[in-house]
Write a protein that binds this ligand. Structure first.
Ligand code: ATP
Ligand code: MG
Length: 293
């Protein structure tokens, strides 16, 4: 079990990137959602023990990981947001190198490497230098190295960046196939990456935890507050000023705009079922509180 208690992070320039986080994680996929600068990577780095909290404690099976991180590091797989690779090594060479650094049994590691290369669709490129890989292929190598030790806790910071739609789907399926006996913490801006797989969502904004709850709870909190209305150009500006808006699509009948509001935003507005994207937009919007309590 991973426990985060009263954790804050103030960087050396006195900037507070995370304030007073509290969470207990036992298993399954946890999706971290938040805008640029929300503090997702800051939180992940502290859990991965590459950065220390300014206040509070993080424990793994009862051990303070910043006093004794050996057990956590043994159980950890981590894909940092900016992941550097050695361009002259092939995928196989790089994964062998990482396996050696992780202190894995090399005989077992070789089988695992073959398995992962296959799982991440890198077989054709396995013996080519990583320096010649596309961005998405490099990202998949990053995911593979995080899985080398079959980690009990997997932290992946924006793992789907640069992946094409097929590879994103493969990644989601891979995560779903792993999730039973692990804690998987995944950050993303792409709501659909976590919509189907995450058991719990951590929604963050400007270093604050907005909610740590089940997907459904988040959707229920917006039930009855998501609308679609049709507006002319001038009405649209008015709606955008007054309300939190989502997608706006031009159709023959006018501009079709998605609005999140407690009150009916226009006489022609019809209610829609909330999606996780609505929740993300609503809870991370600077306008929140102006229209909905
Ligand atoms: N080393 C640092 N020194 C000072 N401020 C930092 C440092 N690292 C991050 N920050 C600041 O802390 C805040 C949170 O950064 P963080 O990287 O955790 O955000 P994030 O949610 O991961 O964003 P993104 O979606 O862009 O990856 C940002 O305002 C960032 O500028
Ligand atoms: Mg980040």
């Amino acid at each position: 079990m991973l426990s985060i208690k009263n954790v804050s992070k103030k960087y050396s320039n006195n900037f507070t990137a995370l304030s007073n986080f509290n969470m207990e994680l036992e298993g399954g996929v946890i999706g971290l959602l938040g805008a640029n600068g929300a503090g997702k990577s800051t939180l992940m780095k502290m859990i991965a023990t590459v950065s220390k909290p300014s206040e509070g404690v993080i424990t793994w099976n009862g051990q303070d990981i910043h006093k004794n991180g050996d057990e956590l590091r043994h159980d950890l797989g981590y894909l940092p947001q900016s992941f550097g690779v050695f361009p002259n090594l092939t995928a196989v060479e790089f994964l062998k190198y990482m396996a050696a650094l992780k202190g894995l049994n090399m005989k077992k590691a070789k089988n695992r490497i073959n398995e992962l290369i296959d799982l991440l669709n890198l077989s054709d490129a396995a013996n080519r230098s990583i320096g010649n890989y596309s961005g998405g292929m490099r990202q998949r190598i990053g995911i593979a190295q995080a899985l080398l030790n079959d980690p009990k806790i997997l932290i992946v910071d924006e793992p789907t960046i640069g992946l094409d739609p097929n590879e994103r789907m493969n990644f989601r399926n891979l995560i779903n196939s792993l999730s039973k006996d692990k804690i998987i913490i995944l950050s993303t801006h792409i709501v659909s990456d976590v919509e189907s797989s995450a058991e719990k969502i951590v929604l963050m904004n400007k270093g604050k935890l907005i909610c740590f709850c089940k997907n459904e709870e988040l959707l229920n909190s917006l039930e009855g507050n998501v609308w679609e209305c049709i507006a002319g150009e001038s009405e649209l500006e008015d709606i955008k000023d007054k309300y939190i808006t989502g997608n706006i699509i031009r159709r023959n009948e006018g501009m079709v705009v998605r609005v999140i509001s407690e009150n009916k935003p226009a006489s022609n507005a019809v209610k829609l079922k909330p999606t996780l994207e609505d929740a993300y937009i609503y809870y991370t919007s600077g306008k929140r509180g102006e229209n909905i309590g």
